[in-house]
Every structure is written in C-alpha cells, then in structure tokens.
Write a protein of this length. Structure first.
Length: 397
C-alpha cells in the first residue's frame, strides 16, 4: 500500500565559509555533549529503577545551560540540542520495544557528525538556506531540483570522515505516485560472482568497487599507519584514506540505486531471500566480498522504493532450499556445495545454480502471495520435511 504522500530527503553537498564551519563544528560538539550527558543521566536513573523521559532531559538541558561549566551550550542554536534529546528518546523506545540494543555514547572520533534543525532553526527562502546563528546562507550545490513549492520540515547538516559537508532537506514529494500495475514478477538471487541473478535468466555483474580501489586504499592506510598518533600529519593521512572509502561507498550506492529503480519500475512483484547478512559476514573468507556486495543495502532500497511505487516485495524464508531444488520437477538434492555452479537433475534438466535458485524463489514468492504458505517440498525419501509457512515481511530485528 502506498502512503498518501511521501516524505523524501534531498541531500546536497555544500561548502561552508570558515565562520560557518566553525559554528557547525561547535554545534556538533554540543550535540554530542548533550546526548552523552542525557544518556548518562538516564542510565544512572535506570539503576535506581527510575524512568526518565524526554521532558525530564529537556528540563536538565535548561539547568545545564545555567551552570558556569556548561555555559558554552548557549553559544549554539538550541534546536539541534533539543532534537538530539528526541533522538535519544527514540533510541530508548526502540530498546524497550526490543528492536535495538541499548543506546551507546557518541564518540568524538568515530560517531557521525550531524545536527538536525526543525523549522524554527532555519530559514528557506528563494532557494537559499540560512541556519540559526548564521548571517549568510549556505553555499549549496543544487545537483537536483526540489519538488515544486517544497517547504523543508527538517534540515540535517553533516560532515563525513573525508571532511565533506552535506545538507539533507526533508520535504513532501507529490511526484512519487504508484506506477501502473503490471503482471510481471521476478525472483532475485543475490551472489558474489554475479551480484544479482534474475529468474528471467539475466545475470547482473558484481562491480566489486572495493576490489578496484583496494591498492589505493592499502597505500593510504600504510601511509596513515606511519604517522605519529595525534599529529596533524596523521589527521591529514586519515582524511585521504577516508576519501578512498567515500569513493567506494558513493559508487556502490549509485549502482544499487540504478538497479533497484529499474527492478521496481519493471516488475509488480519482486521475490528475494531473507538472508541474515550479519551472520554471513562472520565467515572470514567471504566477509570482505559480502560486505562489498552490500546485500542489506540492496534490500533496504528495494523495499522502500516498492512501498513508494505500489510494488510488492516478498522475502522467502532463508531456510528454503532454492539452490538444491529442481525448478522443473521439484526434486530436492541432498547436497549442493558452493563450488557446484551447474548440475543435472534426475529428470534430465541441466540447471545453472543461480538461475535455478531465482526461479525457485519466484515460485515460493507466488505461493506466499497466494496463500501465505511456502513451497518447501517433500523429500523424495521417506520422512521428508513438511511444508513450512514463510513470512512475507520477516526480518531480523
């Protein structure tokens, strides 16, 4: 089902002046400080069997600003400070709902540098964005146009490890509408040799972005390792290594966006496998390749775009034997090692392992769509397994 309207974030790069960069850096530091202090206060209260909510931490923030030690909190806009308390409240809500782990403290070196402004903390007029405590608008590179008449509800400013500055504007996007319905359905099998194999027989190559830049990344890391810890030279070398990482991530994300947009536009139903990637990367020999393939990111992009455009994504149970099952006669093979890429069934059909798996996923997805039950078949030998129900939206928390 498609929402009546879609809130969409439009992210742009910008180049702050020295004064703006200093102001934003102070804001990032204050946001981190307030978040950590509020988390410490809530953790201490929890040991006393007391519950502290957002309103209580907001009152604490007011008191902190009046102290001499924390008077510097008054130098930045109060809006990002209040927003970080709301984010902490959301983190605890997810924790108590058993959807996430206990909130962690923000690190000056490792945590993402960001600050969120609501409508009272910025002014957006004639394509010019001015944040609170700033006299001049941000120098934004408008790489794509905002929806006509768009009015941002929140603005998030961030800086990545490579030193690049970004601003994200959250707006209603009326252009996102359901696509015309089609009867096309596709099974999608993810892999390493080929990133995707479709039930139509099409194979999409794995670009292996990390492997292409591995030599450049290794050189940057070696140079950083030789610099003295805490020195300015090490900070410069770290940013150079971060730029290589950013190049890899940007290319990977762009490729996945193109793939998922194409698949959603062409198909009404998309069937994937409910893989537990976080467990699969524990395999040391495959962890690097699996991380570079970014299967979790692919699934996330596919699901939210399908929700936007009125498509259906079905996740088949991870224990469904898609690779060992003959898509022609339904015979289940006892074993199917990873090194076996083609095999011949007793019925005489020769299968490409990945194409066969994609066809079986499509059949399983259609069964789920029709009646909510899976198609895990009976084994040919006595005592085979019975049919197993498969959840459409089952995911690991």
């Amino acid at each position: 089902m498609v929402a009546s309207h879609v809130k969409r974030a439009f992210k742009y790069r910008f180049y702050p002046s020295d004064a703006q960069a200093a102001e934003l850096s102070r804001t990032f530091g204050c946001v981190r400080k307030v978040y950590n202090m509020a988390l410490a206060a809530r953790t201490e209260a929890w040991t006393r069997q007391e519950r502290v909510n957002y309103n209580a931490t907001s009152a604490m923030l007011t008191a902190w600003k009046k102290t001499e030690e924390l008077a510097f909190l008054n130098e930045v806009s109060s809006v990002p400070l209040q927003q970080c308390l709301r984010h902490l409240q959301a983190a605890f809500t997810h924790f108590f709902g058993k959807r996430a782990k206990y909130p962690r403290f923000k690190s000056r070196k490792k945590s993402r540098k960001s600050a969120e402004y609501t409508t009272s903390g910025f002014r957006f007029l004639d394509g010019r964005l001015t944040l609170a405590k700033m006299k001049e608008p941000l120098d934004i590179r408008w790489s794509r146009t905002l929806p006509e008449g768009a009015s941002p509800s929140t603005v998030t400013v961030s800086q990545d490890a490579a030193g690049r500055w970004f601003v994200s504007l959250l707006c209603d996007d009326p252009s996102v509408k359901p696509l015309p319905a089609t009867d096309k359905a596709v099974g999608i099998d993810v892999g390493l040799e080929h990133l995707l194999t479709l039930s139509t027989g099409e194979k999409i190559a794995n670009p292996r972005h990390e492997r292409k830049d591995r030599a450049r990344l290794a050189l940057a890391q070696r140079r950083m390792a030789k610099k003295a810890k805490g020195s300015n030279n090490r900070a410069k070398a770290r940013r150079k290594a971060a730029k290589v990482y950013a190049r890899i991530a940007d290319r990977r994300r762009d490729h996945l966006h193109q793939l998922t947009t194409r698949l959603v536009r062409e198909n009404q139903t998309l069937v994937i496998e409910d893989l537990t990637v976080r467990n699969m990367v524990k395999n040391r020999s495959l962890a690097r390749a699996i991380s570079d393939a970014a299967w979790s990111d692919f699934r996330s992009l596919l699901e939210y775009k399908a929700a936007w455009y009125g498509r259906d994504v079905i996740a088949v149970d991870r224990w469904f034997p898609s690779s060992k099952l003959c898509s022609t006669c339904g015979t289940l093979q006892e074993k199917m090692p990873l090194n076996v890429r083609t095999w011949t069934c007793d019925c005489g059909t020769t299968h490409d392992r990945d194409v066969n798996a994609a066809k079986n996923l499509l059949a399983a997805g259609r069964a789920v769509e029709a009646c909510g039950a899976g198609v895990r078949p009976q084994r040919s030998s006595p005592g085979g397994q019975s049919a197993m129900k498969q959840e459409v939206s089952r995911r690991e928390p």
